[in-house]
Structure formats: structure tokens, C-alpha cells
Design a binder for this molecule. Structure first.
Ligand code: IMO
Ligand code: MG
Length: 421
């Protein structure tokens, strides 16, 4: 039986998961999104055309790949329908899209609640204000509405109750309230559009496994945004690490094969929270411009800095990463000098001890090794041996420290600019 391969973010998101997913999904029969919602933004470039995916697995662009939105995903139907339209307008089909009947539905009150909660927070998280936290709250509070309820039109009573309850809170804070009649009408229309795509995806995935089909799990967000393993409270409200892949699909651990951890040759973060190797200076600004580090989802400028191997080693441990995919090697190679964080110094001692504890991080100092840059144009190189010496030294050192092989090397923006080992 084919094992299920997984692509995960190793840091704070935006590592370029889309590029690796795009490559791997070309040889996958089934491509699955497992967690999160339209807080994710995966951009891929095909024939000079840029596609931004927020909800639909990018595998949809391959004619023969079934694209699954798993039960762990939270779905904003409006965004989903827009994304489907966009794909169709670009000449691709969405007939192979399948949506889990168990995926929870985002309603306008979730989005409004997200905004209100952020407003009320003393320490802002910097959420994407897509309603992600509030919809997962409803899921765990057990008042959520699932895609199956939506398309079978068994949602009105619960929805009206939810809106009534949330409006009471909105009124207290003078926030705009939600008109239940409008939402019911709107979501009945969405239900009609989406009905034919909604199925029991657990069944679908296990049938595919039995037929020896190749399944690829597309991680969204990343390890340090994980509700358990990330830098809480500056995290998202789901489990984007390996556990979320299993619970977000119904695929048990024994079926999992390769776990690819995606990272960039530098690091970036959107939103608030600790970030030890951040370069809030000219270097960070240069990396941001060279790497076009502006949010796919929110267009926010991303915080940028050096690659942190202490954090990467943590991601490797938590997820059981078997191979690394490192993007933007071309970008970092445009600098003269590159730094790599190889340890944290605390109370005079250097160690590889990572923690998401904010007090711990604030007492640590990054320890750097310096490398020569100026890699030149590497976008057409197809073998790792042919990379310039400076690039090889940098990549070898990363492998040496985290003890996981690099399987993919991103050498440019285009679909083909990648070395596969
Ligand atoms: P992809 O899949 C980067 C961040 C937000 C915020 C925090 C909580 O593109 O890598 P939320 O709206 O999820 O409640 O926000 O998590 N965040 C991401 N940052 N890439 C993402 O996804 C993200 N998804 C959420 O910026 O700090
Ligand atoms: Mg993103």
C-alpha cells in the first residue's frame, strides 16, 4: 500500500509550502487540506501565472488529482465559491473537488467576533480576521454547524440560536450585529451551490488507500502557530502540526510515510509574538524586498530575519520530519553575508534548547555562524552538486545540525526552479 506523504510548515507559516505541494501533487491521486481555513495563503506560479489558494488544495490544477477539503478544515462558503470561480475562469475544472461533511462552516458572526476579540485584546495576536478562532470555538463548544448540516439544510435552528447569542455580546460592546434572516437566505444559496461536492471524505480517503492511490496531505499554517506547540497565545486555533493531519483527515498514523518540513533559507513571521532571529533593521528590510515578503492573505509586510536552527530542530522533533524542503535559497544568496542561528545563549550557556515560552525567549540571545552569500543565478540548476560552493556550505551545515536530509531546494519563483534530491 502507498504511504501518505505530508507537507508541513516548520516555522510561522509562509515557508512556500505551495511550491512543494504543487510539485508533489503532480504525482498524487488525491491531495488533501487538513486544518485551518482561509487564513492560509498558498501561492504557486505556473507559466508565469500566479495562483493564490486559501482553501482548495492546489492539486485541483492537475486534471487527475482529487482535491479534498478534510474534516479538520473550517470553510467559509463565500470564499470557497469565489476560489472555485477563479479556478474555472483560469480554464481549470473544479469537478474533482470533495468537501468533508464534517468540516465546520464559517459564518459572518465568526468574522465579526474575530475582529471584536482582537479589538478587545490588550496584547494583540494579529489574527487574519477570517473568523478562524471563533469557528473552532463553536466546534469545541459543540454548537458549530458542519458542511453536511449546511447542504442538507439542517442548520437554520442552530444558526438562529448562535446569532441570537452572539448578537447579545456584540450589543454589549456596541459592535455591529448580524441579521439572521439575511444570513439564513445567503447560506441556503451557498448550500445549493456546494451540495454536490460534499461527501464523507474519511470513506473516500480510505477507499483511495485500499486502491493503492497516492495521497498527499497539504499542511497549512505551521508548527510555531500550532495551538499546542506554538508560541501560545500568538498562534492559530488549530493543530497544523502532524497530529492535525491525522485528526483533520481520519488517516491513522500507520498510513503516514514521508513528512516533509518546509522552511525558507531565512525566516519570516506575520502577526505578533516572540521571534528571536528577527532583523528589525536594514537586513530584515532587504530580505523582505528580495523575497517579496508580503502576506498572500492580508498583504501585511512580514517580519523577516535569519534562519533559526534551534526552532527548526524543534519542528523536526514535534512532527517527526523525515525530509526538509528549503525555499528561497536564491533569495538569501543575493546577500553578501548570511547568518544562521545555531544555538541560543542563556545565562552564559549555549544550547539547542527551544521553548515557546515568551519569558524564556526574551532571556535568550541567538548564536550565529556566518556564511558567504553571492550565489548568483541558480534558478536553472538541477543537481545539488552543481550549486556554487557557498550555497552548498550553507545547506550542508543545516543538514549537519538538524540531522535531516534536504530533499527539495527552491532556486527561484517558477514551478521548475527546484532541485529534487
Ligand atoms: P499559511 O498556510 C502565516 C497567523 C496570523 C496570526 C495568527 C492567528 O499561509 O502559512 P488566525 O487568523 O489564524 O487566528 O491568526 O496566525 N497565521 C498565519 N501566518 N501564514 C499562515 O498560513 C497563517 N495562518 C495564520 O498572522 O499571527
Ligand atoms: Mg500565508
Amino acid at each position: 500500500m502507498n504511504k501518505v506523504n505530508v507537507v508541513l510548515g516548520s516555522f510561522y507559516g509562509d515557508e512556500g509550502k505551495g511550491k512543494i505541494i504543487d510539485y508533489l501533487s503532480q504525482e498524487s491521486d488525491v491531495s488533501v487540506r487538513c486544518t485551518g481555513g482561509n487564513n492560509a495563503g498558498h501561492s504557486i506560479e505556473i507559466d508565469g501565472k500566479k495562483f493564490a489558494f486559501h482553501l482548495i488544495p492546489s492539486g485541483i490544477l492537475n486534471k487527475n488529482t482529487v482535491a479534498v477539503i478534510g474534516n479538520g478544515v473550517v470553510v467559509d462558503p463565500k470564499v470557497l465559491i469565489e476560489e472555485m470561480e477563479n479556478i474555472k475562469e483560469n480554464g481549470y475544472s473544479v469537478e474533482n473537488l470533495k468537501i468533508s461533511d464534517k468540516a465546520h462552516v464559517i459564518f459572518p458572526y465568526h468574522v465579526e467576533m474575530d475582529k471584536l476579540q482582537e479589538e478587545l485584546r490588550e496584547n494583540k495576536i494579529g489574527t487574519t480576521s477570517r473568523g478562524i478562532g471563533p469557528v473552532y470555538c463553536d466546534k469545541y463548544e459543540r454548537c458549530g454547524i458542519r458542511m453536511g448540516d449546511l447542504v442538507n439544510k439542517k442548520f437554520e435552528k442552530q444558526l438562529r440560536k448562535n446569532i441570537e447569542n452572539k448578537n447579545k455580546i456584540f450589543e454589549v460592546y456596541g459592535h455591529k450585529t448580524i441579521n439572521a434572516d439575511e444570513v439564513v437566505e445567503q447560506y441556503n444559496q451557498y448550500a445549493d451551490t456546494l451540495r454536490k461536492y460534499v461527501v464523507d471524505t474519511v470513506d473516500l480517503l480510505h477507499n483511495a488507500l485500499e486502491e493503492d492511490k497516492k495521497i498527499l496531505c497539504e499542511g497549512a499554517q505551521a508548527t510555531l502557530l500550532d495551538i499546542d506547540f506554538g508560541s501560545y497565545p500568538y498562534v492559530t486555533s488549530s493543530s497544523p502540526s502532524i497530529g492535525g493531519i491525522c485528526t483533520g483527515t481520519g488517516i491513522g498514523a500507520k498510513y503516514i510515510g514521508e513528512v516533509y518540513g518546509v522552511l525558507k533559507a531565512y525566516s519570516s513571521k506575520v502577526g505578533e509574538g516572540p521571534y528571536l532571529t528577527e532583523q528589525d533593521n536594514e537586513i530584515g528590510n532587504t530580505i523582505r524586498e528580495l523575497g517579496h515578503e508580503y502576506g498572500t492573505t492580508t498583504k501585511r509586510p512580514r517580519r523577516c530575519g535569519w534562519l533559526d536552527l534551534v526552532a527548526l530542530r524543534y519542528a523536526v522533533m514535534v512532527n517527526g520530519i523525515t525530509g526538509l524542503a528549503i525555499n528561497h535559497v536564491d533569495t538569501i544568496g543575493k546577500l553578501d553575508k548570511i547568518k544562521l542561528c545555531v544555538g541560543y545563549k542563556k545565562d552564559g550557556k549555549v544550547s539547542m534548547q527551544f521553548s515557546t515560552d515568551i519569558d524564556y525567549i526574551s532571556e535568550c540571545e541567538p548564536v550565529y555562524e556566518e556564511f558567504e552569500g553571492n550565489f548568483g543565478d541558480i534558478s536553472n540548476i538541477k543537481n545539488r552538486e552543481d550549486l556554487p560552493e557557498n550555497a552548498k556550505k550553507y545547506l550542508n551545515r543545516i543538514e549537519e545540525i538538524v540531522k535531516v536530509p534536504i530533499k527539495f531546494i527552491g532556486t527561484g519563483a517558477g514551478r521548475d526552479s527546484m532541485i529534487v534530491d
